[in-house]
Design a protein. Structure first.
Length: 318
């Protein structure tokens, strides 16, 4: 009873990950190290946990893979050689240096999420699956970063992750593992490159501010010019309408005067047709002539008059 309890305790401790402190440069970083799965002792009746695959060898040769639940093994002959976890595994990709296509050195690390899909290939296809996939992820990441420039590393981060996953899956298919996703966790630039990028960002923002300011001035000038143009158009239309109205008023006035004079002449003509009409007209002309001659006599103007200017009766009769 004591030995079985001790065995279960050891199994539990072996399943738990351990944390070690590693020194990188001037900083201490904690790295989680996953131990290899325990290999249980053949107790004839074996209970396989869910999401685990136990690889059994019979007399040193692969026999079968135990399914979760109750399984029976032959003592001494059968042996559980490998225990593979079918759960999704997060593997820490250590920080490494990579050179972009424009010769900029980056320090980059990430996290790789993978899963074992074939326990047989994961057991016999590679010695240490997690170590192999970690090394493959590092080399693939350096290869993919060497194809793009520094600016595209930040803009196409998602596409870079997808490219790394595709490249890893092509190579890890023979190991019975599949890469679900890869996430770049941290990207560190050299101090000078970072300062240059900061200056570039500041220059870009100043350029945008200058462009926005010039566009504002341009819009203001356009609005002022548009306002002046509309004002002049409205003033010219108002002046044209005023002239039209003035001309229409003068025409109406001339027409009214002409109609009034025509009416007056018509009345005069009708009056002249009567018996005493010519006498009245002669009297009126004589009065106007005398009045005009009286005004001429009061001024010092030199005038040329006919010799019979004083013959009023002759003038009236004419």
């Amino acid at each position: 009873m004591l030995s079985r309890h001790f065995l279960n305790t050891c199994k539990t401790l072996l399943r738990q990950p351990m944390i070690f402190d590693t020194i990188q440069g001037n900083s201490i970083r904690s790295v989680t190290v996953r131990h290899r799965s325990y290999t249980p002792i053949n107790t004839i009746v074996m209970f396989v946990p869910q999401q685990e695959a136990w690889v059994v060898e019979r007399m040193g040769k692969f026999h079968r893979i135990l399914e979760p639940g109750l399984n029976v093994l032959i003592p001494i002959v059968d042996r559980v050689k490998y225990v593979q976890s079918l759960k999704e595994i997060a593997v820490d990709i250590p920080k490494q240096s990579a050179i972009t296509s424009d010769n900029v050195t980056l320090n980059i690390d990430g996290v790789l999420y993978l899963r074992i899909v074939d326990a047989y290939l994961a057991s016999y296809g590679v010695e240490d699956p997690e170590f192999a996939i970690t090394q493959l992820a590092q080399t693939t990441m350096r290869s993919e970063l060497g194809k793009i420039s520094l600016d595209k590393v930040f803009r196409e981060r998602e596409n870079l992750n997808v490219s790394i996953v595709d490249s890893i899956n092509k190579a890890s298919e023979a190991w019975g593992m599949t890469c679900l996703r890869y996430e770049i966790r941290d990207i560190k630039l050299p101090p000078r490159v970072q300062e240059a990028m900061q200056m570039q960002v500041e220059a870009e923002r100043k350029k945008r501010a200058a462009i926005l300011e010039s566009e504002g001035v341009r819009e203001a000038d356009i609005n002022v010019a548009e306002g002046k143009r509309k004002s002049r158009i409205l003033a010219s239309e108002a002046e044209r309408q005023e002239q039209i109205n003035k001309a229409a008023g003068e025409a109406a006035a001339i027409l009214a005067v002409a109609e009034a004079r025509a009416g007056g002449l018509k009345l005069v003509a009708e009056a002249l047709k009567k018996d005493l009409g010519p006498n009245a007209a002669s009297l009126s002309i004589a009065e106007q002539y005398v009045s005009a001659f009286d005004k001429l006599a009061r001024t010092n103007n030199t005038l040329i008059l006919p010799s019979n200017a004083g013959d009023v009766s002759n003038l009236v009769s004419q």
